[in-house]
Design a protein around this ligand. Structure first.
Ligand code: TUI
Length: 319
């Protein structure tokens, strides 16, 4: 059930990928997702290369299953992180926040599968030509750094523009979202926020509780003037951003305010003045569950929903 080209490509049971969240997606979380039949991803974020090597080795000690590493292309450490992944050869590299074009030949040469995040059709087409293995089309419902288009419109346009398998991301946290993504033509989903609220996620407990407490309108996007808009839970930090933006403060001032704030929230648990990056689905997440249960509940819910839809719309044509 729900077997797609993504399962085949990545050698996984379910087409569910965990987002490579900086400071949050550690070896423990990645290994748990891979053990549960999805693809776990270590978020390299702003890690120096040798720390990334340690995380890769830790994940290897926790699972024999394939896992990936996300390289955030705005990081100061991209070059050394790339050197480490070329040596360590995790099964998969995902990239975010930019165009990974120049790194692709070297990664492919080492047999590493490359799955970039795209936020536009143009970049999807360009990367297909360079020879990536699949694409993640990430809509603006996502947490963290986002593009302009929502998942509902980005995914079908990317699906129509390329032959590669597409993974939908942004706004997915349950079986309904999973099935909706498949209806849009995606062959898998990537989820971040849902996996933050898992038992195995090592982020500070305050971060998980802040997501659980969040309601439908509790995420906001700040940082648009910097060219790198970021979706976070509304708090005292986002209020400071809004004040700076309202008086058209220079982008450098906004960037300065953001420095170190994700670490403050994720590691120290400062959910008031830290950057609690989280997606719009925060309002839908009510509990902390083991990763295996998160994945199995989604598959079960999607199967039940598909059966119900079939009953409702295919059996009753005589009404
Ligand atoms: O990268 C993410 N999410 C992130 S990165 C991050 S760390 C950060 N903190 C502050 C400011 C900026 C980053 C937190 N969350 N998701 C993947 C993603 N990639 N979303 C959007 C994009 C994207 C945007 C433009 C990918 C490619 C792109 O292309 C630009 C180009 O050069 O064509």
């Amino acid at each position: 059930m729900f077997w797609t080209r993504i399962c085949e490509l990545l050698n996984i049971k379910y087409p569910i990928i965990q987002g490579g969240m900086a400071w949050v997606a550690t070896a423990e979380l990645a290994a748990a997702v891979s053990e549960a039949g999805g693809l776990g991803i270590i978020g390299a974020g702003n890690m120096p290369g040798e720390l990334l090597r340690d995380e890769i080795n830790k994940a290897r000690s926790l699972t024999d299953k394939p896992f990936g590493v996300n390289i955030m292309l705005l990081s100061d450490y991209v070059e050394e992180q790339m050197r480490v992944v070329l040596e360590e050869r995790p099964a998969v590299i995902t990239t975010g926040a930019g165009n990974p074009g120049t790194y692709i030949p070297a990664l492919k040469e080492k047999g590493i599968k490359v799955i970039p995040v795209v936020a536009s059709v143009a970049l999807a087409i360009r990367l297909e030509r360079i020879g990536v293995d699949a694409l993640i089309a990430e809509g603006s419902e996502s947490g963290g750094h986002i593009g302009e288009l929502s998942t509902m419109v980005l995914v079908p346009q990317v699906v129509d523009a390329v032959s590669l398998p597409v993974i939908a991301a942004g706004g997915i946290a349950d079986g309904r979202g999973f099935l909706a993504a498949l209806a849009l033509g995606a062959e898998g989903v990537q989820m971040g926020t849902r996996f933050v609220c898992s038992e195995e996620c090592t982020v500070h407990p305050n971060y998980k509780q802040a997501i659980i407490k969040a309601k439908d309108r509790d995420t906001v996007v700040t940082g648009r003037p910097t060219g790198h808009p970021v979706r976070c839970l509304r708090n005292k930090l986002t209020k400071q951003f809004e004040e700076l933006e309202a008086r058209c403060a220079p982008p450098e001032e906004l960037e300065e305010l953001g420095k170190g704030k994700l670490r403050a929230a994720a590691i120290e648990g400062d959910v008031e003045f830290g950057s609690v990056m989280a997606g719009e689905v925060s309002g839908m997440i009510k509990d902390i569950k083991p990763v295996k249960q998160i994945i199995e509940d989604i598959i079960q819910e999607a199967q039940n929903l598909l059966r119900k839809l079939n009953e409702r719309f295919s059996g009753a044509e005589d009404v």
